[in-house]
Write a protein that binds this ligand. Structure first.
Ligand SMILES: Nc1nc2c(ncn2[C@@H]2O[C@H](COP(=O)(O)OP(=O)(O)OP(=O)(O)O)[C@@H](O)[C@H]2O)c(=O)[nH]1
Ligand SMILES: [Mg+2]
Ligand SMILES: [Zn+2]
Length: 370
């Protein structure tokens, strides 16, 4: 961890670390049991690097929490506030509870599974970083904006590698048209251009996570803001311009002048999780028009009286954006069906187990009587 101005003993206060007034209530019962508060800086598998008023500690979760951790969402993630029992002499601690999350960025876990994966918690702002080289893709930005909306954090779009882009104005205009109110920064880490305005977001206790594909320059931005090459970076592959997945863990970094940054590994895919409401919010231009469609459940296809289609035909709305919106909606519906199916199977399994144990209890009672 990089330390901000501390109390002279190397210890950092809660507010500097992003403590929020809403946590005081939930933490009270833990404080009454003599537990302390700390924040997760790095989450390894069942081993956590914490930072807080007790300094930097390695921690494991308590047996009780480990049991609850069978549900992945209950496991602490980077950015979480936790209640700990510190063991100062060994610079270790036990995590007894995860405090309620104010915001959390999640996605569908990669692969065939129908589970949520929590990426980071208690983030105020997400820097959505895109490269203006091969990575540039407004549809991908739209997708990320939905996930950010769902997280509860606010989005800031950063187009990096301006030095590689032959038509910056076109990239800026295309992005601004889908930004849905998110501030947009066009920067170049290579030429040290546009970095300073990003410092305005680094206020005391404010947590910012950098997310985006591999190789877009997330770690480079952190290094520029820090003024030292703390995070490892690596060139993109010359063959296709893709990143090499250099950052391998999510890590909370305190900025010397205030604020906290979370570096994250580049994402290969971002599949949306609870997206229905967030999707309508992030595409509120389409959602607003949809209220003028003749049918309430209009799918904006061939239906008569479709206000969305009319707007596209009149050149007031981008066709690819509408198609993408429809695609994301379908993706959400499909995922919801799979999740409902999973709940049904798990319910069936639970009922079977209960019946089996009731039957075995009855048999035992009969045996006792004979
Ligand atoms: N041309 C150019 N290259 C840049 C710029 N910013 C970063 N890079 C280069 O892009 C490559 C990838 O940067 P990283 O910071 O490692 O990217 P990352 O997003 O952290 O990637 P992962 O950790 O794999 O997710 C490095 O070689 C950087 O030097 C820029 O503004 N212009
Ligand atoms: Mg990185
Ligand atoms: Zn319609």
């Amino acid at each position: 961890m990089t330390r901000p101005a501390d109390d002279g003993n190397g210890l950092v206060d809660l507010d500097t670390l992003g403590w929020h007034v809403d946590l005081a209530g939930p933490f009270q019962t833990h404080a009454a049991q003599g537990l302390h508060a700390a924040r997760v800086a790095v989450a390894h598998n069942y081993l956590y690097q914490l930072t807080g008023p007790d300094g930097e500690l390695m921690a494991e979760v308590s047996g009780r929490l480990r049991h609850q951790g069978d549900i992945p969402e209950n496991r602490p993630v980077v950015g979480d506030w936790v209640a700990i029992k510190p063991n100062q002499s060994e610079q270790k601690a036990t995590i007894e509870a995860v405090l309620p999350r104010r915001t959390s960025f999640s996605r569908k876990a990669p692969g065939e599974t129908t589970r949520r994966q929590l990426v980071a918690a208690n983030i105020d702002t997400i820097f959505l970083v895109c490269g203006l080289d091969n990575d540039f893709n407004v549809r991908r930005i739209e997708r990320y904006l939905v996930a950010i909306r769902e997280s509860g954090a606010s989005a800031v779009i950063i187009l990096n590698k301006a030095d590689t882009c032959p038509d910056l104005e076109a990239a800026r205009t295309d992005t601004a048209s889908i930004a849905a109110g998110a501030p947009l920064h066009v920067i170049s880490c290579l030429e040290d251009d546009g970095i300073d305005p990003l410092r305005h977001y680094l206020t005391r206790g404010h947590t910012i996570a950098l997310i985006g594909s591999s190789g877009v320059g997330k770690s480079t931005i952190i290094n520029r803001l820090l003024g030292v090459d703390r995070q490892r970076t690596r060139t993109v592959r010359p063959k296709d311009g893709r990143g090499r997945h250099t950052t391998t863990q999510r890590e909370l970094i305190m900025m010397p002048g205030g604020g906290l940054l979370i570096d994250t590994p580049g994402m290969r895919e971002l599949q949306l999780w609870d997206s229905a409401q967030a999707l309508d919010d992030a595409f509120d231009d389409i959602d607003t028009l949809a209220s003028d469609c003749r049918f309430r459940d209009c799918a904006h296809g061939e239906e008569p009286g479709c206000a969305v289609r009319s707007a596209v035909d009149a050149g007031q709305l981008s066709r690819p954006r509408v198609e993408h919106y429809k695609g994301l909606k379908e993706e959400g519906t499909h995922l919801q069906q799979k999740r409902d199916e999973l709940v049904r199977i798990e319910e069936q399994h639970r009922t079977k187990t209960v019946h089996r144990s009731m039957r075995s209890m009855r048999n035992n009672q009969l045996t006792d009587k004979t």
